[in-house]
Design a binder for this molecule. Sequence first.
Ligand SMILES: [Zn+2]
Length: 435
Amino acid sequence: MTAPFAILAQKLSGWLRNSTLRRLALALVLPFVGMMAAFGIAPDTVTDKIERSPVVENVTLQLPPAADPQQETYWRETRVERGDTIASILQRLQVDEASASLLLRHSRQARALYRLIPGRTVRAHTTGAGQLLALRYLNGTDLLKIDNERDELKIWEGPADVETRVMMGSGEIKSSLFAATDATDMSDAVAVQIAEVFSTDIDFHRDLRKGDRFAAIYEVHYHQGEPVKTGRLLSAEFVNQGKTFHAVWFENAEGQGGYYTLDGKNIRKAFLRSPLEFSRISSGYTNARFHPVLKTWRAHKGIDYAAPTGTRVRSTGNGIVDFAGRQGGYGNLVVVRHQSKYTTWYGHLSRIAVRRGQRVSQGEVIGYVGSTGLATGPHLHYEFRINNIHQNPLRVAMPPAPPLAPQYRTAFDDTARPIAERLSLLREIRTTSVQ
Ligand SMILES: [Zn+2]
């Protein structure tokens, strides 16, 4: 009875030393170990052998074997936003613009890509140096596929009949969130959704630290076996500076959806932690983020976010634009009033996107980072005031959104329980040594 288990365990242990198979093998070995322990049939020698297998930290369940970093290619995905141009999209996708536009201009069909409709998705496959290998554009119900095979364009356009799969992944922050999701084969769209979902708890521009960890369960839409669009983030866990945050997507019987903690608290709050949109471009400054030059709050009465000119600035809460124009050292300034006593201030903008009196919702773009007024370089100056008195936005307790209605509690628990189990499995594979 024990011999086959010993052989199996030895084999598994051997596989575990092979880094390319470790990820899958660990997922397989965990249930076995649990089983053997439960039935008490595993001799010590067997568990000893398994114990020697190294701890795997950066695990993705669907990750293919790691390639030579020199040969690494990337799939990246972005949503078309209002005001986007082909150039700004290619920049976010980290595609070398010159080579791409040369290719795209050659084809009449490829010009469909130039009709940029907000909310649609563009995916690009590139080399590490940014050379474009393939593009996918979900154009309403049609899919446009462009493949560059040895500088020869192959274009296909047809109905996008997609199937939806649920994927899981997890990773650890070593330099940036995007580097971590690249390493685990998650698309940027997942990284951005993770950042959005936790945006009222974590300032992804300033708070991330090396060693932070995340796990996510999300949908991916496939067309003929190939991912064409990231769907909804269904649940996520983020461990930021030792503090763990959870989010579970839940849609009630009326079709209203939102993200909740595992115990049913709404994770939305009245204010976002950061007024800057989180993207590969705005967060591409590892040094600025991990070693922030924190100007002293007392002297400054605001927070400065260094970011490239043109980075989108969002209203941190629902409100009405109180001021939009030039004002002394602030340069181009937008002030938004929220629930009468709160105001948020956004200074040094290169461009203002709202008018006085306009209603804005949380996350809505109100302008773009610049260096107008008294600014030495492009950055956003952000202030948070209560009854016109400066407050440190990092210290202000943010009023929470309403919790889950009691009548949905059972349905929510039924959704959250299996998700919590999956997240904890992801966490154990990632952090626990097999014992
Ligand atoms: Zn400032």
